[in-house]
Design a binder for this molecule. Structure first.
Ligand code: NAD
Ligand code: LMR
Length: 330
């Protein structure tokens, strides 16, 4: 007998990330080739017409696994019974902006969404935030969804992990499949710490394989930290296909056991691991057993790593301070 469809809400469904993401979800690339999917596409009213065009294209793909499409600007309808809420809808950063500039604008979106997900989502609903600044937006949604366990709230540092992997593979002259255990610590922003110390190439520490340690401590980190801005500079728009691909990788990594000896990078609520203040939505190395996740213990952090992690932690604490009023109202 065919599986019951999994119900997936995507906000910002007429935007550029969704234009790649939705087609991959509908094709079975996320939940598997035996899992039908119902899509609940959420947009603001002015974008509903464009969304109709996206839905026409989804229809025109004749995806065997696409069970139904619902389009709405009503959060109650959009999140009704959903198993996953993928929150993409937000204003993207333009040239010259830092992600923090988006805090005030986008922060207001995520409280009502968190509350609606808690009220109308399925009993197992999980929430994955892509819209920036994604760590703090996921904190706002989590805070507004007080009835839901905190461990259901994730945000995306997987794009940074993939970027870091690709840079390390290029430098070492190996395939990306040889690079493992890459953690992104902290905020999905220019303060993040892409961790080369614990990463491995063909099972060996990266620092033993890549001899240019100045590059690891310098250009490697800044390239990953500033990759989003470099793409905006070159493309005139923020990353979209790679962001959608990372969203697929992220959710897959939550619902699939993590391969032995590896970790995945995800933003999750801190329970105080590695001394990070409890409750911050923080990028950690994670392992999943397919149903629950945990922060990987025992990563070696030297003084350099600790100082970098302190910077990104302080930025997240400052962001939390900035949205205090939003949290208090939720
Ligand atoms: P986009 O402007 O192309 O699309 C955003 C869509 O969201 C628009 O169609 C808009 O109408 C919709 N929207 C706005 N407010 C909404 C609301 N309240 N409810 C529902 N929909 C709403 O932007 P994009 O390129 O798709 O990027 C979306 C977000 O993802 C941005 O915040 C961007 O910065 C972020 N992003 C995050 C990562 C990451 O790694 N975490 C990577 C890339 C982009
Ligand atoms: C990215 O990392 O590409 C996105 O977060 C977009 C941005 O604003 O940098």
């Amino acid at each position: 007998m065919a599986n019951k469809p999994i119900s997936v809400a995507v906000t910002g469904a007429a935007g550029q990330i969704s234009y790649s993401l939705l087609f991959r979800i509908a094709s079975g690339a996320l939940f598997g080739l035996d899992q039908p999917v119902s899509l609940r596409l959420i947009e603001v009213d002015p974008a509903l017409r464009a969304l109709e065009g996206v839905a026409m294209e989804l229809d025109d793909c004749a995806f065997p696994l696409l069970d139904s499409i619902e389009m709405t600007s009503d959060l109650k309808v959009g999140f009704d019974g959903v198993n996953w809420a993928i929150l993409v809808g937000a204003m993207p950063r333009k040239a010259g902006m830092e992600r923090g500039d988006l805090l005030g604008i986008n922060g207001k979106i995520f409280g009502p969404q968190g509350a609606a997900i808690a009220a109308h989502g399925a009993s197992d609903v999980k929430v994955f935030v892509v819209g920036n600044p994604c760590n703090t937006n996921s904190m706002i949604a989590r805070d507004a969804a007080k009835d839901l366990p905190a461990d259901r709230f994730f945000a995306m540092t997987r794009l940074d992990q993939n970027r870091a992997k690709s840079q390390l593979a290029k430098k070492a002259g190996v395939a990306v499949t040889e690079v493992s255990n890459v953690a992104i610590w902290g905020n999905h922003s220019a303060t993040q710490f892409p961790d080369f110390l614990n990463a491995r190439i063909s099972g060996r520490p990266v620092v033993d394989v890549i001899e240019d340690h100045d590059w690891l401590h310098g250009d490697f980190i800044t390239t990953v930290q500033k990759r989003g801005a470099a793409i905006i500079d070159a493309r005139g728009a923020s990353s979209a296909a790679s962001a959608a691909s990372a969203a697929i990788d992220s959710i897959k990594s939550i619902i699939t056991p993590t391969p032995e000896g590896d970790c995945v990078s995800l933003v999750v609520p801190s329970r105080g691991e590695y001394g990070i203040e409890e409750g911050l939505q923080f990028g950690f190395p994670i392992r999943s057993d397919g149903t629950s996740w945990r922060v990987v213990e025992g990563f070696d952090l030297d003084d350099f790593a600790k100082s970098k992690i302190a910077i990104t932690t302080n930025e997240l604490i400052a962001e939390r301070q900035e949205i205090k009023a939003i949290l208090a109202n939720s």
